[in-house]
Design a protein around this ligand. Structure first.
Ligand SMILES: [Mg+2]
Length: 368
């Protein structure tokens, strides 16, 4: 089998209003943008990959074709070598690997999770928020999610005053004592388009970690800069709450380094951003051997979510991220899939059709 063509489609849909992601301080989002890569083969099998995008995206179809056309999509080792070269020169190419697994699975007649050694198990999802909301608004949000069957919610920290962050967590804990709570500080990286956003000192991170531990919070995510491996390790020494991170690292080397330096209890590579799909599975395996846990970041779009879900189903991941902050709702998140990926009573399982197992809504692939 040979790859015959690579096509890039910039996709974009308007949300029903705007939301204010904590990781892009001061820059409300009214659209969900992505770059969809369509890879065709000489046997008629087509695979899809997607990465998040912004401001109309960057064109790289021609450059990517140099590393893919004429190659056997099963030859991941050789293609990864090419993608490492691409990473030196262009935008991150790690999402491409999901299209290759899509092709390999369709060729084998098996879903990707099965190729990775997993089963189509159901994984509990947590409703992942994206904004800093006022206490009452957040309580109302949690009520709605609980009524939909969610048993876990991830809150966002990083307001100007830590007291305001903690007030929300205390209130949600008080009102929903049985709810599993996660907290994402979003200090690891930020898209600093207009605003620098808040950054915690080490002692602030320590204080928050201890207070959240007392509230029984499941994990504290990215309390420090993503490159501060020593700080993460030191924080783990000084506190008991599980520390999570690694969603936006660049390549497997950095993820291995995080594990080697005992920087994390929970590693969260997103295979549409941080490293390739098969490489994320290998990091999950390495984490398990090192006594750490794996649960992927999935906040990009429907295809990225599904690709990460296949990996999670092939690991012992206890939780799966379900991005949900209106107007960033499942239909908007998954707009270029034929059907939105829905949880069922707080659980989700990967599609069992061959490959990634989802259909693309061709009307959304407008091309360039
Ligand atoms: Mg995060």
């Amino acid at each position: 089998m040979r790859i015959t063509s690579v096509r890039q489609h910039h996709v974009e849909n308007s949300l029903d209003g705007a939301y204010r992601p904590t990781w892009i301080p001061g820059y409300p989002q009214a659209t969900n943008e992505g770059e969809v890569i369509e890879i065709e083969t000489d046997e008629g099998i087509v695979g899809y990959a997607a990465s998040p995008s912004f401001a109309g995206g960057i064109e790289y179809e021609e450059q990517l074709s140099l590393f893919l056309v004429g190659k056997d999509p099963h030859n991941l080792r050789e293609i990864r070598r090419g993608l490492r070269t691409f990473d030196l020169l262009g935008p991150r190419p790690w999402h491409i690997e999901m299209a290759l697994w899509d092709i390999i699975g369709k060729d084998a007649g098996k879903p990707v999770y099965e190729l990775l050694g997993g089963e189509g198990r159901e994984i509990p999802v947590y409703a992942s928020t994206g904004e800093h909301k006022e206490v009452e608004d957040r309580v109302e949000y949690v009520e709605e999610r609980v009524s939909e069957g969610f048993e876990a919610v991830k809150l966002r920290f990083g307001r100007d005053r830590i007291e305001d962050d903690l007030r929300v967590a205390h209130r949600v804990r008080d009102d929903f004592p049985d709810l599993t709570l996660m907290v994402d500080a979003n200090m690891g990286w930020k898209a600093r388009v207009v605003d620098e956003g808040r950054t915690w000192t080490f002692s602030e991170a320590t204080r928050v970690a201890r207070e959240l531990d007392a509230l029984g919070v499941e994990w504290l995510e990215e309390p420090l800069d993503r490159h501060d491996y020593a700080g993460y390790a030191r924080l783990r020494d000084k506190t008991d709450i599980d520390i999570a991170g690694g969603e936006f690292t660049d390549g497997v080397h950095e993820l291995r380094e995080l594990l080697r330096q005992n920087a994390l209890d929970i590693v969260q590579p997103d295979c549409s951003i941080a490293c390739g799909l098969g490489q994320a599975k290998s990091i999950a395996d390495e984490a398990e051997r090192a006594g750490a846990r794996y649960t992927p970041h999935s906040w990009t779009n429907g295809l990225g979510l599904v690709a990460n879900l296949h990996i999670a189903a092939a690991t012992d991941a206890r939780w799966f991220e379900y991005p949900y902050e209106p107007p960033f709702v499942p239909e908007a998140r998954d707009f270029f899939l034929a059907e939105a990926v829905e949880h069922e009573n707080g659980e989700i399982s990967p599609p069992d059709a061959p490959g990634l197992g989802v259909e693309i809504n061709e009307d959304e692939l407008n091309g360039r």
